[in-house]
Write a protein of this length. Structure first.
Length: 464
């Protein structure tokens, strides 16, 4: 099936087209026949992948990049008001469309599954995309990370299912009307947009209110925030609530999670039937993500035993405990974890898979506001590693906050008994790690910024 192309999306121009969310929408539009153009601050493999789909990608931001016949300018919340292409759009009278509205338009006429939560969205969305594809259902999907190659974060499928991450960070997930919504967890984060956990809960409640009549909410039974939202929406007319977890009264009950090196075997009971399947990434939290995906697929009418088998086809997504390589007997693994809950979960997963091996972490804090609010908890999480190197804060879209530096994390880590080294020069990290690492160690590059770039450099330095 081929959904129609909205008029405003016939010749869209994306500002920041190389971003994870933006590039996915651009790719799907290009696959649907749109004349896609855009700009990004730097060239990348993602930009090259978009060009392969016929998109025009400019490097740098300049008013001249915006074609006068563009039907819309697509932006994310990260685009600043003084962007020259945005100013040019105003001069030309070209409508500006937020990324979330563009994604919502792509879902029209399909059966959407929207995956929400403070953590785990990319992994769960990826699990659904891979397993539904393995079953021959050819879903469309938009993921916040690449599956196996640059540009593999999105796909326009011929099937009637659309799987998408639902981003709560700026409340844009209120734009979607899913047939199935997943809430993996709900915790206080994105402090520039949410002042309290109550605001988080209210935002998720609004998201649940967008589920179409007769739709389903799949929600984690044992996670405090998710369970609170489930309580608040209980009894809503036209909404079926399905809980999952290890608790006895969960609708989809996890009875056993068996670690097997860098994989896990998961057993669940669903509608009185026992199912056992493999999850090809380690850790209890990834097993829970897989069960959420299973419950969502079943809600769309997919046989549970077929979907459970297909979930075993998932082999991971880039930056989610992704093995980058091995050199001199040292494995280097990349982790996107940047919130304390994620850091704890990934470190516990690696600890369970590492046996007696030492775990060395290179951590790059992400955002000044997050460090201000959660720096102490980040430091405490690093105590789970044998030794850590902490970089300066990656600012992303934020301006510095006076007095907020990585020292907040380092001090908390040392108070928790952690062995921590501060390193202000990212280029020096490979040498620092090479001086620390021994055969058998695991090195974890961790954070949502450009710390991921250090994996190859560390491997090259270890090889030398």
């Amino acid at each position: 099936m081929k959904p129609g192309l909205p008029t405003a999306m016939e010749r869209p121009h994306f500002i920041g087209i190389g971003g994870a969310g933006m590039s996915g929408i651009a790719k799907i539009l290009a696959q649907r026949g749109a004349q896609v153009a855009g700009s990004d601050s730097r060239d990348s493999e993602t930009a090259q992948a978009l060009r392969a789909h016929g998109a025009t990608v400019h490097i740098g931001h300049a008013a001249g990049h915006l074609a006068a016949d563009s039907t819309s300018v697509v932006v994310s919340s990260a685009i600043r008001a003084d962007n020259p292409e945005l100013a040019r759009a105003a001069e030309l009278g070209i409508p500006v469309v937020h990324r979330s509205d563009a994604l919502a338009a792509l879902m029209d006429g399909l059966r959407p599954i929207a995956v929400a939560g403070t953590h785990g969205k990319t992994t769960t969305t990826s699990m659904l995309a891979v397993s539904l594809s393995a079953l021959g259902l050819d879903p469309s999907y938009a993921i916040g990370g690449d599956l196996d190659a640059p540009g593999s974060n999105a796909h326009h499928g011929e099937g009637d299912i659309f799987v998408a991450e639902a981003d709560e960070s700026d409340r844009t997930f209120h734009k979607y009307s899913p047939q199935v919504a997943i809430i993996l967890n709900a915790e206080l984060d994105h402090h520039a947009n949410y002042a309290s956990i109550e605001e988080i809960y209210e935002s998720f409640e609004t998201f649940v209110g967008k589920v179409v009549p007769g739709g389903t909410l799949v929600v984690a039974h044992g996670q405090e925030g998710a369970a609170e939202i489930a309580r608040r929406v209980a009894g809503r007319e036209g909404l079926t609530v399905v809980t999952y977890g290890e608790e006895e009264d969960a609708d989809v009950r996890i009875t056993k999670i068996t670690p097997r090196g860098l994989t896990s075997e998961v057993t669940v009971v669903l509608d009185g039937r026992m199912l056992t399947f493999t999850v090809s990434v380690p850790g209890r939290h990834y097993a829970h993500n897989a069960v959420a995906a299973l419950a969502a697929g079943v809600a769309l009418g997919i046989p549970a035993h077929n979907l459970a088998s297909a979930l075993g086809k998932y082999t991971g997504v880039k930056r989610r405990l992704q093995l980058k390589g091995e050199a001199a007997g040292v494995q280097v693994i990349d982790s996107y974890a940047h919130h304390p809950t994620e850091m704890n979960a990934d470190l516990e997963a690696i600890r369970g898979a590492a046996g007696d091996s030492r775990i060395l972490v290179v951590f790059q804090p992400h955002l000044f506001s997050r460090t201000q609010e959660l720096g102490k908890e980040m430091g405490q999480a690093l105590a789970l590693a044998d030794a850590s190197v902490v970089l300066d804060i990656y600012p992303a879209r934020e301006d510095p906050i006076p007095g907020i530096t990585s020292e907040l994390i380092i001090a908390a880590a040392r108070s928790a008994g952690a062995d921590v080294t501060a390193e202000h020069d990212k280029a020096a990290v490979a040498d620092v790690i090479a001086g620390m690492a021994k055969p058998g160690d695991l090195v974890l590059t961790m954070g949502a910024g450009d710390v991921t770039d250090l994996g190859p450099a560390i491997l090259a330095r270890l090889s030398s």
